[in-house]
Design a protein around this ligand. Structure first.
Ligand code: SAM
Ligand code: SF4
Length: 565
């Protein structure tokens, strides 16, 4: 059965010592990764003793429990927390106050929003989609590039102006920053700019009700501690997709790769994986609700390794893609990504499974064979290259060469014929020469991606590149190289996507096309966006058994290359 349609590619811590309530064992980001000399240790122990002697007594602690007088937030050693971490349970209830969320950045932030909302909902908050009726405005933020942060600063100015106006008429509005920017810019946000009431880092969402209660007393409140274990495994996110056909499921958090340009390991902490059982439970629940597509999420999703159960903690080392290496000692034991993917995909054969964002080092052959064999695991792989030059890749500390990357692409194409590939590239990284840039262009041509995400390099504090390398490519050169990459990407994507003309594709219908009420919009297995006339589907319903509910089969007869990335 054939349907006609048009293929539209989409390129797309405190002044005095206080008891800290810990839901799970946590550590401070600063101390966790630092090697401490014995002299430093002695100084730290000395400081620690001083803190204890000058800190609150047990009576102070009891007082803190019994009265509701909150003090201002404070900072010691660059870490923020606030006094009176203990509050009687009933005080951190939402009392039907309305929360408005704005989510910026990647899919992980969409999922974080769902987790934060799930936590607040249980405490009696209500959610609103209208900013003007919100009692609490929470921005879920991204720090990956300077531009992403600037967007949030601008938004904070607008919200602060709105808050001042509102003061005269309404109950006071509280503004909170959640996620990566809270982690990275705690001092600036709280002390210098004084634009926010609440700060919660990516591992502190469970503390949000308490933080909001502290803020209600007219004080700033923050928790930006990173955890070695938090995966929010027991929190079922409240999925908020408008059409409800598709959902994100977080399977791991944090990243151990330490690519030299990247802030993620500093804002989101160390890698940890959510137990298999809790992931399977969530996917089953989504399947029962009729969800037709699940995207497994993680900063380095395919380095998933569940060590929660003793019997899986063997000694076999994690297998990597051939020719790839890690910046850390190879990890051992645990349930790996291929095992998880296998189990998730067996839950509902009519449910599409995707995953993002992977690292090219974690594609051992068993993962590729599983994708090829299992009908509902999409034949689509995101394979972030970042550069086509081995020299730049070395400076980026990516753990592979151009040649190893191209060998992996060849291997993937052999094992998964017709696979749809996408990638991330950074233009103008420290020391990138014109020749390096040309090698990136040639790699883009050689691979032939369907979709791309291209960025100009943005220097981030704390990273290896910030400390050790020179951001020496002028802004205009970065921009020119970026544009050249975009243009070559488009040319190649048009060629690759044109190859789909005449093919019959299974489409998961997402709804009406934004441009015309006459058309429907959906995605192929390879994640290509497709627009096709409604009547074709109405006239020729899918054969039962071949096309699950929400999916339609259509053949592609024309390709339009609209802008993309
Ligand atoms: N974990 C994924 C990987 O290794 O490919 C990437 C996740 S990162 C959140 C998304 C993309 O942002 C990266 O692949 C990279 O291309 C880009 N990116 C990260 N840091 C950047 C920086 N400092 N400047 C420009 N782009 C950056
Ligand atoms: Fe950042 Fe590299 Fe981790 Fe991706 S793998 S999140 S680029 S450090």
């Amino acid at each position: 059965m054939k349907y006609l349609g048009i293929l539209k590619p989409l390129f797309n811590v405190p002044h005095q010592w206080i008891p800290v309530r810990c839901v799970q064992p946590r550590y401070c980001s600063k101390s966790a990764n630092t090697t401490v000399s014995s002299r430093e240790k002695r100084t730290t122990v000395g400081k620690f003793k001083n803190h204890i002697f000058s800190g609150p007594t047990f009576q102070d602690f009891i007082k803190g429990l019994n009265n509701n007088n909150h003090n201002k937030s404070f900072a010691v050693d660059g870490e923020h927390s606030d006094k009176h971490d203990y509050l009687p349970e009933h005080l951190d209830m939402g009392n039907s106050r309305k929360v408005y969320f704005e989510t910026y950045g990647c899919q992980m932030n969409v999922n974080d929003t769902e987790i934060a909302w799930s936590i607040l909902q249980k405490k009696g908050y209500q959610r609103t989609v209208y900013l003007n009726e919100a009692d609490v405005v929470l921005l879920v933020t991204c720090s990956i590039r300077e531009k992403a942060e600037q967007t949030i600063w601008n938004r904070l100015q607008q919200l602060t102006a709105m808050k001042k106006k509102r003061l005269k008429t309404h109950t006071p509005m509280k503004i909170g920053i959640l996620g990566c920017m809270a982690e990275r810019l705690k001092k600036e946000l709280l002390e210098r700019e004084k634009l926010v009431d609440v700060l919660a880092g990516p591992d502190a969402y469970r503390d949000l009700p308490r933080l909001l209660t502290v803020a209600d007393g007219g004080n700033q409140a923050s928790n930006v501690l990173l955890s070695l274990e938090e995966t929010y495994a027991d929190i079922m996110p409240v999925h908020h997709a408008p059409q409800g056909y598709s959902a994100f499921v977080s399977i791991m958090r944090g990243c151990d790769n330490m690519c030299s340009y990247c802030i993620v390991p500093f804002t989101r902490g160390r890698e940890r994986s959510r137990p298999v059982s809790s992931i399977l439970e969530e996917v089953r629940m989504l399947s029962d609700q009729g969800v037709k597509e699940v995207t497994l999420l993680g900063q380095n999703v395919n380095s998933y390794r569940d060590t929660s159960e003793q019997q899986f903690c063997g000694s076999d080392p994690t297998r990597l893609s051939r020719g790839f290496k890690t910046v850390y000692r190879l990890k051992q034991g645990g349930v790996r990504f291929s095992d998880l993917l296998d189990q998730v995909s067996r839950i509902d054969p009519d449910m599409r499974i995707r995953f993002t964002s992977p690292h090219p080092k974690d594609f051992p052959d068993e993962v590729l064979h599983l994708i090829a064999e299992r009908g509902n695991i999409c034949n689509q792989i995101h394979l972030p290259a970042q550069s086509g030059s081995s020299q730049v890749l070395k400076a980026m500390r990516r753990g592979y060469t151009r040649e190893a990357y191209l060998d992996l692409v060849k291997n993937i194409k052999q094992i998964i014929p017709g696979v749809s590939l996408s990638s991330d590239f950074i233009s103008g990284f420290c020391g990138e020469s014109e020749d390096d840039h040309q090698q990136t262009l040639s790699l883009i041509r050689e691979v032939g991606y369907n979709v791309g995400f291209l960025f100009a390099y943005s220097m981030r504090k704390k990273t290896h590149a910030f400390h050790q390398l020179q951001d020496d490519v002028p802004a205009e050169v970065k921009q020119r190289r970026l544009e050249e990459c975009i243009s070559v990407f488009r040319e190649e994507a048009v060629k690759v996507n044109s190859g789909l003309i005449g093919s019959t594709q299974l489409i998961l219908v997402e709804g009406e096309s934004k441009r015309s009420a006459e058309d429907l919009c959906g995605r192929t297995d390879g994640n290509m966006k497709v627009i096709f006339p409604k009547e074709d589907v109405a006239a020729q319903p899918a054969e039962s058994g071949t096309c699950p509910n929400g999916h339609e089969k259509m053949s592609i007869y024309a390709s339009k290359s609209k802008n993309s990335i």
